[in-house]
Design a protein around this ligand. Structure first.
Ligand SMILES: [Ca+2]
Ligand SMILES: [Ca+2]
Ligand SMILES: [Ca+2]
Ligand SMILES: [Ca+2]
Length: 480
């Protein structure tokens, strides 16, 4: 390669003499040591050969380009010679009409030589010139759900020491591609697009709009940089509700009576869940609606996101189609806070049962394994400060269920005293012990048979007392 070291004055005079505008032909390189204003290009703009042997506008040491804009950027390749460790640099690359700047920095090593160009178009069908290869967007590494077809940055680690260098790119409008928290910088490693951003966390991008910044850390062997989307967290779990238990599974009486609401029932206090989950009909074998919360892996009192879901008679908790894992993807219409794959605590709530949560955070991705609350008491977090009750009801036969009887949806099940559930049951009946409400979807229907009654056959009062082992003074508390 012919390297031409010239001052800018000489470059400009040469350019003028050639009559080609600010263009660097293939195999050529123009190196600047100072500040170059891109606003001085005139009508011909700034461009280089874009082939397997490109031309380069190059900066050595502390030089830089100023006044880069959508109208003034380098349509082609820019190279940077780093002469001082930690000396960052912004490559003002783009199409000539749209800047897609790339910045290196962080632990960048002295002696690093990097070059890049913005290559608009689908990497699956637009060749990376210096790789002379396509980089199909459906070849994705761990944790990456999708790669944008908007374009890529050809990345040349000429000095082979880019590992650890921070790379930030100015992205096109990605609002229809991914939620901000899902954006990931990805690099082509010769085989697939791998994640370069932090695996956990949501801070890779500061937005998903035009010229927001997406950041990652370079690894060895990357020959192109793209815009990726992280996998979402999905929940695959099983819980049982004590009030609906019948043998080793749950009843579907409420569904059979056609009284389960078609929209999620947790919009009111104390849940105040604003999700818009709605179905045209209740899927087969559904027992009731539940709420699924994902919480911080270290501080489980911190709730990140909530979904309404169905629990079926075999305990499986499913999304609106009655089959799929509960998705926290940004494509879910009802979701306020989509969540990328990662480690979370799972909490399951039900409108008249005590909630349960995981004792340890679980890794949740698009291929989460089953977390089964029904198979062991230890599957639910046990609060050692609560001695009156374990976190779940032992149904016998190694089957465990969420405690029933929480008519007033607070944190305890109790038959007497402050804020007790028997009073709440009577309140639903207008204070009348002889009133019977039939075909109702009510939190006072403790045994989930579609009937609310205080006395007589299969009444909810007796069921409440049985939950407490017949002890009218017992107070059972949620373990959270
Ligand atoms: Ca632009
Ligand atoms: Ca390349
Ligand atoms: Ca209660
Ligand atoms: Ca009942």
């Amino acid at each position: 390669m012919r390297v031409v070291l010239l001052s800018l004055t000489v470059v400009f005079s040469w350019l003028a003499a050639t009559g080609q505008g600010n263009y660097v032909a293939g195999g050529n390189e123009f190196v600047s040591f100072g500040t170059t204003s891109l606003s001085t290009a005139g009508s011909n703009g700034w461009s280089t050969e874009r082939s397997g042997t490109p031309g380069y506008f190059s900066i050595y040491g502390a030089g830089l380009y100023s006044n880069a804009t959508d109208a003034a950027n380098i349509n082609g390749y820019v190279k940077y010679y780093c002469t001082t460790a930690g000396q960052g640099f912004t490559f003002p690359v783009g199409t000539g009409a749209d800047i897609r700047a790339l910045t290196v920095g962080g632990t960048i090593a002295s002696g690093s030589v990097f070059a890049t160009a913005w290559i608009a178009g689908d990497p699956s069908s637009v060749t990376d010139p210096t790789d002379a290869a396509l980089h199909p967007v459906n070849s994705k590494g761990a944790g990456i759900a999708a790669v944008s077809t908007t374009g890529q940055w050809d990345w040349q680690d000429i000095s082979s020491n880019a590992t650890g260098t921070t790379v930030s790119v100015s992205i096109p409008d990605m609002s229809s591609f991914a939620h901000t928290s899902f954006l990931r910088l990805v690099g082509w490693n010769g085989t697939q697009w791998i994640n370069l951003s932090a695996t956990q966390g949501t801070g890779a991008a500061n937005g998903n709009g035009e010229n927001n910044v997406l950041t990652g850390t370079m690894v060895a062997g990357i020959t192109a940089i793209g815009i990726g989307k992280a996998e979402a967290a999905h929940v695959v779990t099983k819980v049982f509700l004590q009030g609906a238990m019948s043998g080793g599974s749950m009843t579907t009486t409420l569904r059979n009576l056609n009284i389960i609401p078609l929209s999620q029932p947790y919009s009111g206090a104390p849940w105040n869940y604003a999700g818009v989950e709605t179905v045209a009909s209740i899927p087969a074998n559904v027992t009731d609606w539940v709420l699924v919360e994902l919480r911080d892996a270290v501080t489980p009192s911190v709730v990140y996101s909530t979904r309404a879901a169905f629990v079926k008679n075999d305990g499986s908790v499913v999304d609106m189609d009655g089959v799929s894992p509960v998705s926290f993807n940004d494509t879910v219409p009802s979701i306020a806070n989509p969540l990328v794959a990662g480690n979370y605590h799972i909490v399951i709530k039900h409108r008249n049962h005590l909630p349960v949560r995981t004792p340890a955070a679980q890794f949740l991705s698009k291929s989460s394994s089953l977390y089964d609350f029904t198979a062991a008491q230890s599957a639910a977090y046990q609060d050692g400060a609560i001695t009156a009750n374990a976190a779940m009801k032992d149904m016998g036969g190694s089957v465990y269920a969420m405690w029933a009887g929480n008519v007033n949806a607070n944190t305890t099940v109790r038959y007497s005293g402050l804020a007790n559930d028997l009073t709440a049951l009577l309140s639903v009946l207008g204070g009348s012990q002889s009133t019977i409400l039939t075909n109702v979807y009510s939190n006072a229907d403790i045994n989930m048979n579609g009937v609310v009654r205080y006395s007589g056959l299969n009444n909810d009062n007796t069921f409440l007392l049985s939950v407490l082992g017949g002890n009218q003074a017992a107070i059972f508390s949620q373990h959270q």
